[in-house]
Design a protein around this ligand. Structure first.
Ligand code: HEC
Length: 108
């Protein structure tokens, strides 16, 4: 139905990432201490960019192409992606970062 009409491109899929688990992990790791994140309880931080449209940005952290592999890497080791960044490494496993990325890409 409505194929070809002005539909939004489908949300980016992250291989091995589960949206619900991502939501749980983002809550658990308290990313919301720094970021405002829709749908995450208590996530109203203001010292970092709000993540409310992160799924539709072309670039993250001011110049890194917003693709799943880059996002996963960013979440795990931000300083490896952007030396000197103020986002701290949160000690995530690759799998945890995949789940989180899957969730973040639903924020559009
Ligand atoms: C101590 C504060 C802090 C915490 C905790 C934190 N971040 Fe960040 N985050 C930042 C800062 C500061 C930036 C901007 C970094 C830059 O551009 O160099 C950022 C950038 C980002 C970006 C890119 C945003 C954009 O608009 O380009 C994403 C995505 C992100 N963080 C996700 C997360 C997730 C998910 C968590 C939890 C695992 C988290 N952050 C925890 C401070 C934090």
């Amino acid at each position: 139905m409505l194929a070809g009409c002005k539909e939004e491109p489908a949300a980016v899929r992250v291989p091995g990432g589960d949206v619900q688990q991502g939501l749980r992990l983002v809550t658990q790791y308290q990313c919301g201490a720094c970021h405002t994140i829709p749908g995450v309880q208590g996530a109203a931080g203001e010292q970092a960019p709000a993540l409310d449209h992160i799924g539709r940005l072309s670039y993250i952290a001011g110049g890194i192409p917003n693709q799943p592999a880059n996002m996963v890497q960013w979440l795990r080791v931000p300083h490896a992606v952007k030396p000197g960044t103020e986002m701290p490494p949160m000690g995530l496993t690759e799998q945890e970062a995949r789940h989180m990325a899957a969730f973040l890409y639903t924020l559009r």
